[in-house]
Design a protein around this ligand. Structure first.
Ligand SMILES: Cc1ncc(COP(=O)(O)O)c(C=O)c1O
Length: 503
């Protein structure tokens, strides 16, 4: 795809020349282990040292090339080193790198481009707050909502992940994050997210169960809830398992908030900036939040996050209401302007929606051949494949998802887990990934799955069994996703059989 820029991805990925971790990676991992805290997580999932990256591919220091379906956890929606972002960074690096909150050309250009990109009634009518990380943006949004409302109390959802900063960790749902945090407690009200696959409040009711529970919480003086200033919601649950709520959920939540004088905060840290096939996750249902948080892709890989809020929400914010040295860094802002322009020009968003739908079908077809897959769902390039011990009981099978992550890694494809039990493998490739790399990744996915649970059904169900590994795979092995101009076919690659060290 030309949107990956002039260079695009390494055309021969996946290429495994030294089963990972190769010798130089091992050396660098050992050095890292000597000097850096043992609390790092990703080197356990993907034990390689990175040499360089292009488009939707990463090369390690041993010359292995990986198809990147992790995208820095949705930071790299435009891929690694998109040429337009590189050019913007280069140009800005010759002007100014740090200017506190003083206006610069880069800052004002970004503000205008972002305003024009916002959803619904926020467009060109928002106020912008710069922050640095996703968690930072979330905390600022909640602080803002409480200030505007003159009260405390935030509703968040089971499965929610909003970061692990002091305040954000209270809003995140996982016990493992709470157990090491001194900041947990306070006015957070947790409500079940309407999960169509694992419903807590009624399977057939769409969002109705959640809304009636919320209504009870705020109306019943004996509900135990003292007050609510805002509802904080991810349009699609991210770390919680790539759960797409029923389509009536966000509109019903908007209506509920309006009816009770409660603010709606959308956490678009993961769903925003094209990930779901629209610029914003909320745009699928036409809902405009009062406050919108974005991070990750907005800096193209440079830390930058933003809170955009209704300009009539509050007018008297005290100077220094929220502080931080690095907010609105000029280098990040220059890149961010280009991120927004690339996303708004051309048809990348439409392509993401169309290819995402085709990919869901492809993963579902694999699921039909593999009973360990209980559910496939998603929106755009945010697709979750959930593993279960058996489809009737839906007992989550995190070990299988993690083993598959390792088997894929050995084949040169990076894919990460999510979900409460790590039972979901999530597809979150850069939106600019070439069709050919999607096909190779899908093939590696099924090949790796077969190596784990090669079922008799899978062999019977496939009229023409594809080649057994990426070494002998060829583009004609499976139906295409209907996109033009694949790069040159790959040469043969030896495939690693070792599993990653999974923490
Ligand atoms: C939906 C969502 N909100 C907030 C965050 C926190 O962002 P950060 O890690 O930049 O603090 C994340 C991180 O994955 C996220 O997925």
């Amino acid at each position: 795809m030309s949107d990956a820029g002039e260079e695009g991805s390494y055309p021969d990925a996946p290429r495994i020349v030294h089963p990972p971790p190769g010798p130089r990676s091992r050396e660098l991992l050992a050095e890292q282990g000597k000097w850096e805290t043992e609390a790092v997580a990703y080197p356990h999932y993907f034990p390689i040292a990175v040499a360089s990256a292009r488009g939707a591919t990463i090369e390690d220091v041993d010359g292995n090339r990986f198809i990147d379906w992790v995208a820095g956890i949705s930071v790299l929606n435009l891929g690694h080193r998109h040429p337009r972002l590189t050019a913007a960074l280069d140009a800005q690096s010759r002007e100014v790198w740090h200017a506190l909150e003083l206006p610069t050309e880069a800052r004002v250009r970004f503000l205008k481009e972002l305003q024009a990109s916002l959803p619904g009634t926020l467009r060109n009518h928002a106020r912008i707050f710069f922050t640095v990380t996703g968690g930072d943006a979330i905390e600022t949004a909640v602080q803002l909502a409480d200030y505007a409302q003159g009260t405390h109390g935030t509703v968040t959802f089971s499965g929610a992940y909003h970061g692990v900063h002091g305040g954000a960790v209270r809003l995140t749902s996982g016990r493992k994050y709470h157990s090491t945090s001194p900041f947990v407690g306070g006015a957070v009200v947790r409500v079940p997210f309407p999960d169509p696959y694992r419903p807590v409040l009624g399977a057939d009711e769409g969002a109705a169960g959640t809304i009636s529970y919320l209504t009870h919480l705020v109306n019943d003086p004996y509900s135990g809830v003292d007050g609510v200033s805002a509802v904080l919601v991810e349009p699609v649950l991210g770390e919680g398992g790539y759960v797409v709520p029923p389509p009536d959920f966000l509109p019903a939540l908007r209506e509920f908030c309006d009816g009770h004088g409660i603010l709606l905060i959308a956490d678009e840290v993961q769903t925003g900036l094209g990930r779901t096939g629209k610029m914003w996750g909320v745009e699928h249902t036409g809902v405009t939040p009062d406050i919108l948080c974005l991070a990750k892709t907005i800096g193209g890989g440079i830390p930058l996050s933003v809170v955009a809020y209704r300009s009539d929400l509050v007018q008297d914010l005290p100077r220094g209401f929220h502080l931080g040295t690095f907010r609105g860094n000029p280098l990040a802002l220059a890149v961010g302007t280009e991120v927004l322009k690339v996303l708004r020009q051309g048809d990348l968003l439409e392509q993401t929606a169309r290819r995402g739908t085709a990919l869901i079908e492809r993963f579902r077809a694999i699921g039909e051949r593999h009973p360990s897959i209980g559910d496939v769902r998603g929106q755009g390039f945010m697709i979750g494949v959930e593993f279960v011990k058996d489809r009737a009981s839906k007992v989550a099978w995190g070990e299988r998802a993690k083993a598959l992550r390792s088997a894929l890694f050995a084949r040169g494809v990076l894919m990460h887990t999510c979900g409460a039990w790590d039972q979901v493998l999530r597809f979150m490739a850069p939106l600019v990934i070439e069709d050919e790399l999607l096909e190779r990744g899908l093939h590696a996915f099924e090949d790796a799955l077969e190596s784990l649970d090669g079922t008799i059904e899978s062999r019977i169900a496939r009229p023409q069994k594809g080649p057994s590994s990426v070494t002998d795979w060829h583009p004609s092995a499976g139906p295409g996703l209907g996109l033009p101009s694949p790069p040159a076919p790959p040469g043969p690659h030896p495939v690693a059989e070792t599993d990653a060290d999974d923490a």
